[in-house]
Design a protein around this ligand. Sequence first.
Ligand code: NAD
Length: 290
Amino acid sequence: MTERIDGHTLLISLIATPIRHSLSPTMHNEAFAKLGLDYAYMAFEVGNEELKDAVQGIRALGIRGSNVSMPNKQAIIPYLDELSPAAKLVGAVNTVTNKDGKGHLVGHVTDGTGAMRALKEEGVEVKEQVVTMTGAGGAGTAIAIQAALDGVKELRIFNINDQHYKNAEETVKKINENTNCIATLTDLSDQVAFKQSISESSIYIDATGVGMKPLQEESLINDPEVIRPDLVVFDVVYIPKETKLLKFAREHGAKKTINGLGMMLYQGAEAFKHFTGEDMPVDYIKELLF
Ligand code: NAD
């Protein structure tokens, strides 16, 4: 590290809590080292209470950019100077740029584009497709909006009737008002509608986190008849690499099962491009970390 970090090194931060488990510092630092870029990436345990000071710190210290994760993705918006069109539509930010360290902070969201690129890299085309998805929280909203912007014909969101339901209603409204995609929202307790929707879809996306600890023994699909040889199943979870849903779908002959590692990698790659102007060496990072 002493070989790399000196008085000229520029800092990129990650502000969230909890954050010590994150793969992002390793991913970005390995990519900087591989390309010989004079940046260092550090994680800072920052919650909503410290957020305003942290953003002022980014400006004061000339930190060149930052990733933002929970619980700060929405809370950071009032402290920024500008939002990308997608971040404005999603209402959340996971990447902040501070061009030349001059203090003008722009918020971007790369979760949705990361997810779309992950599908594309697996040969899955979303344009003109009917897509069913569960979950409309942070990840789900970003994916839903980007999927609509990328030309999905119909997006059918199913959500349990919890505190995220209202957000899901707003997301559907935004999609219908701002894109050509037709979006609908249905309570996930209507299992007949859920199964019917998947039977008419070519892609099912689970953006709920069911399948990850503490729900690692659960899956929102348990009926083998729902899985077809022409259905792509994408789960945003990446720990474990194969959730109960993906295992079930693979064993019952789904066309393709895709976990959240690609989304994680490509949302990071896009943030990297925002920070440095360079392309992340994704094959190298994939080999190293995944
Ligand atoms: P969130 O809390 O904002 O949203 C969770 C969503 O799932 C909500 O819509 C909620 O209603 C729904 N939900 C929760 N429990 C449920 C249950 N038991 N049954 C059905 N629906 C349920 O969370 P988030 O930030 O959107 O994260 C969701 C998942 O996405 C997490 O597992 C997270 O690790 C993962 N994620 C992955 C990436 C990636 O790059 N692969 C990026 C962001 C988030």
